[in-house]
Design a binder for this molecule. Structure first.
Ligand code: NDP
Length: 334
């Protein structure tokens, strides 16, 4: 794979210019360019520049509003409803997360119920933004059908990611962020692009047979949930929280309502925040540190999020796929 080194400013500027040339205003393009740059910074390659062509496709088709002005409204002191104005999720988070964290600092717990957003990014940025306020964050979102419920051979669930961040004083939060599919579709697409196989159990081919060929999964096949029936139940829960509870599209409805432009469908996101200070009380940080110390010093354990947080410290340029850069530059010429 041929790559080209770009520093973080260059990555941000490339994303910003490309989005603005394709219909986003400075606010929306800036929010999304930050998300893209931070994904590349942390080594979340499947959610950085790799997603830019799909973001552009939906701006061009008019499905996504590049000039969105999301509005947050308190339904109760602990429940914030956010209408994303059909824009990309990072713009909506800029409005919704401060409203949520302000509410949780007095209520102890709160929900941000987001509708009319288009989410295609990783989910750790929103829960890390919550953890910066010394709050616990949990987020999830559906997508379009790509994952078969346990026992089935046809897709119903999206890859339905869940992220969780636990704040630590003076240290990065402990964060996990994972698809409830055995593998995120972006990772399967990258494996297909780079000619790699995927582990058995990742998905089925169009005939419903287990396969290690990522192209057989992306071309008419289906992903499987992680962990059999247990992951299937969690993927179902994501549908219920981020579609049933927030009152937005289930994954199957998102597909039925989508224009097929390749970008993310309109959907919802469920975000929960909790205050350990108000719920656990004084001493929660030290108490949890004893747990994290015990866990992280066990032979063979590495803490989730630690890979990204280590990557984040590097000031070196990031190596970007050269074909992808050409595709992006072409999008700025058309
Ligand atoms: P991974 O399986 O790569 O990682 C899942 C989590 O496990 C991460 O927090 C990771 O930490 C941690 N982890 C990985 N390996 C280990 C290990 N050996 N020990 C301990 N922890 C470990 O993620 P997925 O492929 O499932 O998901 C990738 C991304 O795709 C996520 O960011 C997700 O939000 C995104 N996604 C977005 C969708 C959308 O619609 N917006 C849909 C589906 C997925 P670390 O990050 O430090 O490696």
């Amino acid at each position: 794979m041929t790559t080209q080194p770009l520093n973080l400013d260059e990555i941000h500027q490339l994303a910003l210019s490309c989005l603005m040339q394709n219909g986003a205003d400075a606010l929306n393009a800036g929010a999304l360019a930050n998300t893209i740059m931070n994904a590349e910074r942390d080594g979340s390659h499947s959610h950085g520049l790799f997603r830019l062509p799909a973001y552009v496709a939906s701006l061009r088709s008019g499905k996504v509003n590049g000039k969105a002005r999301p509005v947050a409204k308190a339904l109760t002191p602990a429940v914030i409803s956010l209408h994303g104005d059909n824009g990309y999720a990072p713009m909506a988070h800029q409005v919704g997360i401060p409203a949520l964290t302000n509410a949780v600092k007095t209520m102890g717990i709160g929900v941000l119920a987001m509708t009319h957003v288009h989410h295609m990014a990783a989910l750790w940025p929103e829960v890390e933004a919550i953890a910066e306020h010394n709050l616990v964050g949990l987020a999830c979102t559906p997508y379009m059908p790509a994952v078969a419920p346990a026992g089935a051979t046809k897709a119903l669930f999206g890859t339905n990611p869940i992220s969780f961040a636990w704040p630590r004083l003076g240290k990065p939060p402990v964060v996990f962020d994972m698809a409830t599919a055995a593998m995120a579709m972006g990772e399967v697409q990258i494996a297909a692009r780079d000619g790699h196989t995927v582990p058995l159990g990742t998905g089925l081919d169009a005939g419903g047979n287990a396969t290690i060929d990522p192209k057989a999964i992306t071309a008419g096949g289906v992903l499987l949930p992680f962990g059999g029936h247990k992951g299937s139940a969690i993927a179902m829960m994501v549908e219920l929280l981020a579609a049933g509870l927030v009152n937005e599209n289930f994954s199957f409805e998102a597909k039925e309502n989508d224009n097929g432009d390749g970008g993310p469908p309109r959907g919802g996101q469920f975000i929960l925040a909790m205050s350990p200070e108000l719920i656990a009380g004084d001493g929660w940080e030290d108490h949890c540190d004893t747990f994290f110390d015990r866990m992280s010093t066990m032979e063979g354990v590495r803490m989730p999020g630690a890979r990204r947080h280590k990557n984040r410290l590097s000031t070196a340029p990031r190596n970007i796929n050269a074909n992808l850069l050409k595709t992006i530059k072409d999008l700025m010429r058309d």
